[in-house]
Design a protein around this ligand. Structure first.
Ligand SMILES: Cc1ncc(COP(=O)(O)O)c(C=O)c1O
Length: 396
């Protein structure tokens, strides 16, 4: 296969930018799960369908002729529904005309947002452990990521360490609350501290709130955009993927003040033109679901979390209890494996369970070497099968 510019040159055809990227570990584990017929507790997607009204509305839209490009930044009905949702859920005032960009999932919302605000030489603050796209997103947009550790067992940050990460080159900080992979829900006090630093240094808070409704034990979600002064310098990212169990639909959005939205819309237009038009109508229907839907979603995930905490604890994992999202980060040192790669290979090939090795969430590999993350967005029978399989796992 030709992988250099010509047969006499050793220069690769791919860019230096991508040379540093490895295959997404999470998607690799999904592939291995298929190969070994293992339960996929690696990638965070549910094994059930989105709400019926959402699927019906999308099918109807297709039959009604909604099959061509939507307005590039999103259908007016969907943008209106998103604005309304922010009003009742976060008491946020969002103008559907000037502040909403509908994207292909939260993934595109994040990269479009960063590309809209980053110049060469800029730095982006990223908490670690992180959702694995953030580092590559920062690099793709031309920024240098600057990592700040969330410390076990409660995943707090040290304010001095965070403050030291800000300087004149800092353009953005990426926040993810509720957090993947830790299950941390950032408190008002923490978001106030971050706000202070953003305002001191003129930094944009880019906040991924895709798990905003998956909360446990009475925890509440707070959007940093609602804190005093932050509406002008926050980009709030979300999607239908997790709240409505539709990760394959690829419908997300970025909410920001008009001056930021203008930039995001330009990048979005050139990157993707737009998200799937009929699916946008489906998501519009989902956004009109009653409050009980969200309460039911959180309650059902809380049951799954409790079940998995017990199974994993009984098996010998040390669990870091999540208060949001649908993952459990664990310490597997009781099983006597030298690192997370060998342990996850053993799990997938011999026990029949795929999970994500901890180092994929850290820049500092040492921190993740004895950690592994399980996703539990699965129906109870699937989790019960996982419990049976875990019983074969031996402690040393
Ligand atoms: C924190 C976080 N952000 C974004 C995504 C991806 O969102 P989407 O599927 O809407 O692109 C995920 C998926 O696991 C995630 O955990």
């Amino acid at each position: 296969m030709l992988n250099t510019r010509d047969n006499n040159h050793s220069q690769p055809l791919t860019s230096l930018r991508v040379a540093g990227f490895t295959e997404s570990v999470i998607r690799e584990m999904t592939r291995l799960a298929k190969q070994h017929d293992a339960l996929n507790l690696a990638q965070g997607f549910p094994d059930w369908n989105p709400p019926e009204v959402m699927m019906e509305a999308a099918c109807k839209a297709i039959h009604d002729g909604v099959n061509q490009y939507a307005i590039t930044w999103g259908s007016p009905t969907l943008r209106g529904a998103i604005a309304e949702k922010y009003r009742w859920y976060q008491q946020m005032s969002v103008d559907a005309e000037t502040m909403v960009t509908v994207t292909c999932g939260a993934t595109e919302a994040m990269i479009s947002s960063l590309m809209a605000i980053i110049d060469p030489g800029d730095e982006v603050v990223v908490f670690e452990p992180f959702y694995e796209n953030y580092g590559p997103d920062a690099i793709l947009s031309g920024a240098t990521p600057h990592y700040v550790t969330l410390h076990e067992p409660d995943w707090h940050f040290d304010f001095d360490q965070l403050a030291a990460a800000f300087n004149n080159h800092t353009k953005a900080i990426i926040i993810n609350t509720p957090n993947n992979p830790t299950g941390k829900v950032f408190t008002r006090e923490e978001l106030m501290l971050i706000t202070g630093l953003c305002q001191k240094w003129g930094v944009v808070a880019v906040t991924d709130e895709i798990y905003e409704h998956i909360l446990y034990d009475g925890r509440e979600h707070l959007s940093i955009a609602t804190l005093p002064g932050m509406s002008e310098q926050t980009i709030t990212i979300n999607a239908a993927s997790k709240t409505y169990s539709a990760t394959g639909w690829r419908v997300g959005w970025a909410i920001a003040a008009p001056h930021l939205t203008n930039g995001i819309r330009k990048v979005h237009d050139f990157l993707t033109v737009g998200a799937a038009a009929p699916l946008q109508e489906g998501v519009t229907a989902a956004l009109a679901l009653p409050l009980e839907y969200y309460a039911g979603l959180a309650a059902s995930y809380q049951d799954k979390r409790n079940f998995m905490l017990k199974v994993l604890g009984d098996t010998g994992f040390k669990c870091f209890k999540p208060f949001g999202a649908y993952y459990i980060m664990t310490d597997f040192s009781a099983f006597g494996f030298p690192d997370d790669t060998s342990f996850s290979r053993h799990l997938v090939a011999d026990i029949g369970i795929a999970a994500v090795p901890g180092t994929s969430f850290y820049r500092d590999a040492e921190l993740g070497k004895q950690r592994i993350r399980f996703a539990y967005a699965k129906q109870l029978p699937t989790l019960e099968t996982a419990a049976t399989r875990f019983s074969r796992l031996q402690r040393t």
